[in-house]
Design a protein around this ligand. Structure first.
Ligand SMILES: NC(=O)c1ccc[n+]([C@@H]2O[C@H](COP(=O)([O-])OP(=O)(O)OC[C@H]3O[C@@H](n4cnc5c(N)ncnc54)[C@H](OP(=O)(O)O)[C@@H]3O)[C@@H](O)[C@H]2O)c1
Length: 281
């Protein structure tokens, strides 16, 4: 239960849903937890709740809008300046958007928040993770990636926007990114894995038209946030997965992802495009 003492874990989207449960359980295991949220009010409410539930004062809150590349850079700078190490990065914040929205950088919102955010934050924190090895990167993806493709001809879906297609593309991007990252990190002591949490009754899709309505309808049949968060908590903390990298998990077990997610040419093309869009190139 206390196997995370001395470790520093960063969890994005930590004020709600599965991110909040993940932050709380890692704090209960003794970790120093950096919670990332975009709203000070919601972030502080969750911070108080988690400090009380975990009886730990090693939980801190950082604010960032993870759909903004500048805000992600500020967040990474703050982490580098204030924490001597980073043992676990849980990329969890995400969403689905009923209507096409555009981020401050002019990017389609689902792609910016669900993929470019994971890509940029991870790359900016990579040196710190490597210096803290053994370290872990956990990317929350989804089974919604099945049947999706990367629209290289219209990555921002400006010509034809469908919310579920945009979401599927972003979640496929999470898995392609995880596999490519794991290949690049081989031998570094830093692992990267992705996961599907299950269908979970969180705030996901709330207020997002048709998807929100569907989610409301099936809510009684979904997992609780506590149940849904278990695979990401397992990947972040369990000795069972020490050294395991480049896998996609569901229910705490490695499972197959879609055929295209294993296509290294697609993964490399997406990596290069992501470097250009985030200014890392
Ligand atoms: N729920 C499911 O059935 C399901 C299934 C498969 C995968 N997933 C994935 O699981 C992850 C967690 O989702 P959840 O179900 O726990 O949803 P949730 O309850 O809606 O939580 C999402 C979190 O992301 C944060 N967030 C959203 N936009 C942000 C932004 N621009 N900047 C910073 N933070 C932002 C939210 O903050 P606010 O409170 O400020 O909005 C919230 O803390 C997502 O990656 C989702 O794609 C969910």
């Amino acid at each position: 239960m206390n196997n995370m003492i001395g470790k520093v874990c960063l969890v994005t989207g930590a004020n709600a849903g599965m991110g909040k449960v993940t932050a709380r359980e890692l704090a209960q295991m003794g970790a120093t937890v950096i919670m990332v949220a975009r709203s000070q009010v919601r972030g502080e409410a969750a911070l108080d709740e988690i400090r009380q539930a975990s009886n730990s004062d090693k939980v801190q809150l950082l604010l960032a809008d993870l759909s903004s590349m500048a805000s992600i850079r500020e967040l990474a700078d703050t982490v580098q300046a204030n924490y001597g190490r980073l043992d676990v990065l849980v990329n969890n914040a995400g969403g689905i958007f009923n209507q096409r929205e555009v981020s401050v950088d002019g990017y389609e919102m689902t792609f910016a928040l669900n993929h470019l955010n994971y890509f940029l934050l991870t790359n900016l924190l990579l040196d710190l993770l490597k210096a803290s090895a053994p370290a872990r990167i956990v990317n929350v993806a989804s089974t919604a990636h099945v049947g999706a493709k990367i629209h290289f001809d219209d990555i921002m879906m400006a010509q034809k926007y469908r919310s579920f297609e945009a979401y599927g593309q972003s979640k496929l991007a999470n898995i392609l990114f995880t596999y490519e990252l794991a290949r690049r990190l081989a031998g570094s002591g830093v692992t990267a894995n992705a996961l599907h949490p299950g269908g979970v009754a969180t705030e996901f899709a709330t207020g997002q038209g048709f998807m929100g309505w569907i989610f409301k309808l099936i809510r009684p049949f979904l997992l609780t946030p506590e149940q849904g968060a278990q695979t990401q908590i397992y990947l972040a903390s369990s000795p069972d997965v020490e050294g395991i990298s480049g896998k996609y998990f569901a229910k705490k077990k490695p499972v197959q992802s879609s055929k295209i997610s294993y296509d290294t040419a697609v993964a490399q093309r997406l990596w290069q495009l992501s470097e250009e869009l985030t200014g890392l190139a």
